[in-house]
Design a protein around this ligand. Structure first.
Ligand code: ADE
Length: 223
């Protein structure tokens, strides 16, 4: 899986790429993540990437040319191009599984007051991470990259995403987990988890998943 992220703030990704599971996935060549400054593709003599909106209004708008040229230079036959925007389709785990199937993704981070609408001409998916507006697409790009990377084979322990909340096959929330000590401030670990009976443990976890989902997210069960 290769993910190219187009941004004018590459520094925002430093911590994201150099820690924990993402760092390890890169080191083990399970994913390739490239942070590309689309300012480098600007044909403007001063490498300008934004300008004032036609028709007037506040703020600056990202120009189509630098992003268009960057996508054209990077795109291969099987590439999917994703634009991050609050008016895109709401992101969820199902979408993460769908995007994980592709070999190459280009993710475009919008910024400022918005982007020239003609950028949409090179885009396959428009994605929003939720009904709120951020200063740019960088945090959403990290959210997509993180959620997709952990689904790539070998990145986390085999099978450990089967019980994830929102797994499209079960659509259940994850069951509660515990670790040492057995008792903390009078709160005890359920006995069933201590008895070593794997069938009973599995049953308990499944029932807890269903109970939690009914209580917190009954909408998931209706799907
Ligand atoms: N850019 C700004 N806000 C966003 C959001 N909610 N989702 C995706 N991209 C965004």
């Amino acid at each position: 899986m290769k993910i190219d992220i187009l941004t004018i703030f590459p520094g925002m990704f430093d911590g994201f790429l150099s820690n924990s599971i993402i760092k390890r996935a890169i080191e083990r060549n399970l994913v390739e993540i490239n942070i590309i400054n689309f300012r480098d593709y600007s044909q403007d003599p001063h490498h300008k990437v934004d300008d004032t909106p036609y028709g007037g209004g506040n703020g600056m708008v990202l120009m189509v040319q630098p992003i268009y040229d960057a996508v054209m230079a990077l795109r291969k036959e099987d590439t999917k191009v994703i634009l991050l925007t609050p008016d895109g389709e709401k992101y969820n785990q199902r979408k993460a599984y769908e995007l994980k199937k592709y070999n190459h993704l280009i993710i475009i981070c919008g910024h400022y007051e918005g982007f020239d609408d003609r950028i949409r001409s090179v885009v396959d998916y428009e994605v929003s991470i939720g009904d709120y507006v951020l200063t740019g697409g960088e945090i959403p790009a990290m959210i997509l990259t993180d959620s997709i990377t952990r689904l790539v084979d070998g990145v986390i322990e085999e099978g450990s995403h089967i019980n994830d909340s929102f797994n499209p096959d079960t659509n259940l929330l994850d069951y509660p987990t515990y670790t040492k000590p057995r008792e903390f401030m009078g709160m005890k670990v359920p006995d069933v988890l201590l008895n070593g009976n794997h069938k009973e443990i599995e049953e308990f976890r499944y029932n807890e998943s269903v109970r939690k989902t009914k209580e917190r997210r009954p909408d998931l069960l209706e799907k």
